[in-house]
Design a protein around this ligand. Structure first.
Ligand code: ASP
Length: 434
């Protein structure tokens, strides 16, 4: 197959063309055209992916649990998954803190730039602050209450209730393995064929991915730059060190933590892992949403990485909601950057508080664009750094969101490989679009 016909290359081409289009559109003052006539195609693409997320989780998890047929295995796998998720997140935050303390990007921010940024983005902070404040007023155990839905249809009606759908699917699956085989067969077959249909639909949607990604990229650039490209470039220059600190941290995390994970728990090489799941990573990058990317992540992890669906159907939906290594690392860097820029030196105790709160904040962040910065408010409040400091980093957040989401997805897929290997449920690698 010619290289440009392979899916990941088509997506990369769409991405680059979208970027070029966005730049031209901003430079020629036609940002409105892009917003009105190009962006909707990106939105449609993301909506298509979101549309199948809930039925996919339900069908694949019910099928996964009924084929496990063993409660002990299910709880062992659950425990293992959560433990590895927590460990990788702690490593991510530690790496973020190390990088930001060594590079000290906040101290490099000129006073004048700081004042300008606070003035231009100050207003937007209020919205995020309010959203986070509502969360803070809840009981610390609210997240447990939120997992259990009171109504099936309500749970399935909102993609941010992903854990509730996981909960319903687990209950259904457990119920099914506890009734006589012939009685459950109808439902099991139903979910089994629903699962197959949805996997097919993912294939159809992925055919439109290069166009969707083009539209999404063009819209992001136009959002960032408006009709004045030079302003966006100035912003990037001013916050260059901060962005670099986040990027270096994310790269270190991927190369150190995930390759160690593979060394410990599987024989897989990092490079093969990336080759197998690259369309999912590219989609995570362009949509900035772990939740929207989930159907593609599942498809890649099962078909190409060889992870049995008994594992992936549980590990991935849970991961898309609670495991966000990229987000937690970014929150650590951002919190310390803001403190540095405001001339505050953080004590060791405050930095340890960041480890704890960024873990919780990343678990609490939904897999949607911009969720990480809302939860950052909680980290800042815990270390008594003024929330208004978020104004400093808002301008470049969309770009960093793309990168951290790609890492979030990589983390979920890496953990599913580790869990599958330890359970003897890891098959062979396939590179079918090569
Ligand atoms: N966009 C991220 C995700 O979907 C969450 C975040 O804002 O960090 O994984």
């Amino acid at each position: 197959m010619a290289w440009y016909k392979k899916l990941h290359w088509k997506i990369i081409i769409g991405l680059v063309l979208g970027l070029i289009w966005g730049l031209i559109s901003s430079a020629t003052g036609t940002a409105d055209f892009t917003t009105n006539y190009i962006r909707p195609f990106g939105t449609i693409f993301v909506d298509l992916l979101k549309l199948i997320a809930v039925p996919l989780i339900l069908a694949s998890l019910v099928v996964g649990i009924t084929s496990l047929n063993d409660m002990a295995k299910l709880s062992r796998m659950g425990g293992k998954t959560i433990a590895i998720y927590m460990i990788t997140t702690t490593f991510a935050i530690t790496i973020g803190l190390s990088v930001v303390n060594i590079m000290q990007p906040g101290k490099a921010l000129p006073e004048e730039t700081r004042l300008n940024l606070m003035e231009s983005y100050g207003e937007n902070v209020e919205e995020r602050d309010e959203a986070a404040r509502e969360l803070l007023e809840q009981s610390p155990l609210q997240f447990l209450v939120d997992i259990v839905p009171e109504n099936v249809f309500e749970a399935a009606s909102d993609n941010s209730n992903m854990l509730q759908v996981v909960f319903i699917a687990i209950l259904l699956g457990i119920g099914l393995i506890n009734i006589p085989m012939q009685k459950g067969a109808v439902l099991i077959n139903f979910f089994d064929s629903l699962n197959d249909v949805i996997i097919r639909i993912v294939d159809f949607i992925m055919k439109t991915a290069p166009y969707g990604v083009f539209a999404l990229m063009a819209a992001v650039i136009v959002d960032l730059a408006g009709d004045d490209l030079s302003q966006a470039l100035n912003l990037l220059r001013a916050l260059g060190w901060y962005c670099l600190a986040v990027i270096i941290g994310l790269m270190l995390h991927v190369f150190i933590v995930y390759s160690s994970l593979f060394k410990l728990f599987s024989k897989m090489r990092l490079i093969d892992f990336f080759r197998a799941i690259r369309p999912a990573i590219l989609l995570g990058f362009s949509t900035s949403s772990s939740a929207a990317t989930l159907p593609v992540t599942m498809e890649r992890v099962e078909k190409n990485l060889g992870v049995n669906d008994e594992v992936s159907s549980f590990v991935l939906p849970v991961g898309a909601t609670i495991n966000m290594d990229g987000t937690s690392l970014y929150q650590a860097v951002a919190a310390v950057f803001i403190a540095q820029a405001l001339g505050m030196d953080l004590t060791i105790a405050q930095q340890l508080t960041i480890v704890l709160t960024a873990t919780l904040a990343s678990i609490g962040a939904a897999g949607v664009p911009g969720a990480g910065i809302i939860m950052l408010v909680i980290v800042l409040q815990a270390i008594q750094v003024p929330v208004e400091g978020i104004a400093l980093i808002l301008g470049v957040d969309r770009i960093l969101d793309m990168l951290r989401t790609a890492v979030n997805i990589t983390g979920d897929a890496a953990v599913s490989v580790a869990v599958a290997h330890t359970e003897g449920l890891l098959g062979d690698l396939h590179f079918d679009d090569e």
